[in-house]
Design a protein. Structure first.
Length: 87
């Protein structure tokens, strides 16, 4: 699967059936040639006007299913929500 196809998929948390958003980036292990994690933008500030200051870094092990339209993950959102480095 190409990254451009992965970016079109919406990420849904199986623990609470909440939509997290779409894949924004991936973390690759270049030595082994595999995906280590996907990055999904976190909750936005005031009505989405001022962008996001955090992101979900979801390890590949937490991905349960990749379907034609969505990616199902199983995470405790508080544990995987990280502040953006540029913020």
């Amino acid at each position: 699967m190409r990254f451009c196809e992965l970016r079109e998929k919406e990420v849904v948390n199986l623990c609470n059936c909440r939509r997290l958003g779409c894949v924004a980036d991936i973390i690759l292990d270049l030595c082994q040639g595999c995906v280590q994690a996907i990055i999904v933008p976190g909750p936005c500030k005031v009505c989405g006007l001022f962008g996001c200051d955090s992101e979900y870094v979801i390890p590949f092990e937490c991905i349960k299913k990749v379907g034609p339209d969505i990616i199902l993950v199983e995470i405790c959102e508080e544990n995987f929500l990280k502040r953006c480095k540029e913020c």
